[in-house]
Design a protein around this ligand. Sequence first.
Ligand code: FES
Length: 98
Amino acid sequence: MGDIEDGEALKVPAESTGHGDAIAVFHDNGAYYALDDTCSHGQASLSEGWIENGEVECPLHSARFCLKSGEPQCMPATVAARTHRVEVRDDAVWLHPG
Ligand code: FES
């Protein structure tokens, strides 16, 4: 999956997730999280957002989502981002689309 610097995200394209949708994998304070890449509010890529305090801010209308739960933290998003399980094993990040 390649290295993801702390505070950065990686977009895994739909062809690679086997899931039908692209998934964004986030690295925040040493932990990894994964959410559907497409914002629940519109056509924006959450992997291009800003990561801070366990949340990602959508680059289009600035809704923030909890990286752990996917729950929206502020308007305009009202629908949670779907979460996926991420596991670190043998120094590699494994994504389990759910
Ligand atoms: Fe993400 Fe509007 S598209 S908040």
